[in-house]
Design a protein around this ligand. Structure first.
Ligand code: SF4
Ligand code: SF4
Length: 160
């Protein structure tokens, strides 16, 4: 992709939010774009059949960050491991280069709007193995406060 994002500056309708693209140094950074997110159709991805393919990962400008190959047990043979593509929504810009590189007739990896493709986790779910200890404690405190404020609904409230 063009690193200086000329289309964002040229767009007459300001469809691209230049402020959103700025990094910590105030520079425009195309890797901050969130145009969509890719999803993988596991049934048609040949890597999930146990064949060797990593075209999508090699095409990605954020290779090993936005998308990487991960080990998976090959249940079909019971003996081998497979390398399959995994997308990290934290970094994927939705540029679609991986979709373009996928060698099968209709790509097994494709861009969707982020609102369509991504779920939303309730804030009471905590990934303790990923979060800093302080964050976990803060979330537990928030949850305790919520529980203190909780009261059963009155019959009138149930009716309304
Ligand atoms: S759309 Fe594909 S190529 Fe582009 S950042 Fe996401 S994973 Fe990488
Ligand atoms: S390029 Fe297509 S078939 Fe190959 S691993 Fe990626 S998604 Fe699967």
């Amino acid at each position: 992709m063009c690193e200086d994002v000329p289309c964002a500056f040229a767009c007459p309708t300001k469809a691209f939010d230049i402020e959103f693209l700025k990094n910590e140094k105030g520079e425009v950074d195309i890797n901050k774009a969130r145009m969509g997110i890719v999803v993988v159709d596991y049934n048609s991805c040949i890597a999930h059949w146990g064949l060797q393919c990593d075209a999508c990962v090699r095409a990605c400008p954020l290779m090993h960050k936005a998308i990487y190959m991960d080990l998976k047990r090959n249940k079909r043979t019971g003996k081998h491991a497979m390398l399959v593509p995994v997308v990290d929504p934290e970094y994927c810009t939705g540029c679609g280069l991986c979709e373009h590189a996928c060698p099968i007739d209709k790509p097994a990896i494709y861009v969707l709007p982020r609102e369509v493709a991504l779920g939303k986790i309730g804030k009471h779910y905590v990934r303790g193995w990923m979060e800093q200890k302080e964050n976990v404690e803060e979330k537990i405190r928030e949850r305790e406060e919520e529980l203190k404020r909780w009261r059963p609904k009155t019959p009138e409230e149930y009716l309304n």
